[in-house]
Design a protein around this ligand. Structure first.
Ligand code: CDP
Ligand code: CDP
Length: 226
């Protein structure tokens, strides 16, 4: 495949975006970009500084002094915030539950969207998030919107937490996912939404391998159509 495409994968929390995006990127020898990790890192820094998370001015100023780097890694992409690795810290429950507040802020979205567009400008990238197909890369050649029932998504997170040896509660996870999805879908700027030209894939009853194959089939069909 000669042409290096932009592939956007969006959807609600725990739909399997990052898991499949990573595999698709590897298969195509593309770059993988987890935009959620960017919002999480900004949230972590604001929390470490004990900022009021609703103080948009303060967080916008903080961003001008923030250095965020990603290093490809297998199976996890490493994230560095101001030179310090935060790959695990950004996944903490307190960060997860705070990130939608920061992600609703105009200045934060503007700065991160510019970074994301710059990373994607030459194509050859699989980017996952909430607004990639609808706002960040409106001309992406492939746009996928992954969904799954809330029950299934909570169960996936639950199994992941158990495997990590974490204390976890299925009903609590379900509630947290619903709250975050609601905040992400109802914010004013670039809400979580399916782009008109995105292909929806319901992964509720699909394995990771089946979802990956489905996306690769869509990618190949797209290339043939061109
Ligand atoms: O992996 P998970 O579904 O838990 O979330 P994530 O992809 O790491 O994203 C964390 C949060 O960042 C989301 O709940 C959104 O609030 C925000 N986000 C966003 O607003 N726009 C994006 N393109 C990606 C993430
Ligand atoms: O990035 P996002 O929040 O959308 O989801 P993820 O972190 O990629 O996936 C959440 C969990 O669901 C992971 O533990 C995946 O292994 C699992 N998963 C699954 O069981 N079946 C799928 N079809 C996709 C993901």
């Amino acid at each position: 495949m000669d042409k290096k495409l932009q592939i956007a994968i969006d959807g609600p929390a725990s739909a399997g975006k990052s898991t499949v995006a990573k595999i698709v990127a590897k298969d195509l020898s593309y770059i993988y970009c987890d935009t959620g990790a960017m919002y999480r890192a900004v949230t972590l820094k604001a929390m470490q500084n004990h900022f009021d998370l609703n103080d948009e001015e303060k967080i916008a100023t903080m961003l001008t002094e923030t250095n965020l780097n990603f290093e490809p890694g297998d199976p996890v992409q490493k994230v560095f915030l101001d030179g310090k690795e935060v790959t695990e810290a950004i996944r903490r429950t307190d960060v997860t539950n705070a990130v939608s507040t920061i992600a609703a802020q105009e200045q934060v979205r503007k700065v991160l969207t510019d970074w994301q567009r710059d990373l994607a400008k030459d194509g050859g990238i699989v980017m996952d998030g909430r607004d990639i197909g609808s706002a960040v890369l409106p001309n992406a050649e492939v746009k996928i919107f992954l969904v799954a029932s809330v029950q299934e998504r909570a169960e996936r997170r639950y199994k992941e937490n158990i495997a990590k040896g974490m204390d976890t509660d299925l009903e609590q996870l379900k509630k947290e996912i619903e709250i975050r999805d609601h905040k992400d879908s109802t914010r004013e700027i670039s809400p979580l939404t399916k782009a008109a030209d995105a292909i929806e894939v319901d992964t509720t009853a699909m394995s990771i391998e089946e979802v990956v194959q489905k996306i690769l089939d869509i990618v190949h069909e797209t290339v043939f159509r061109k």
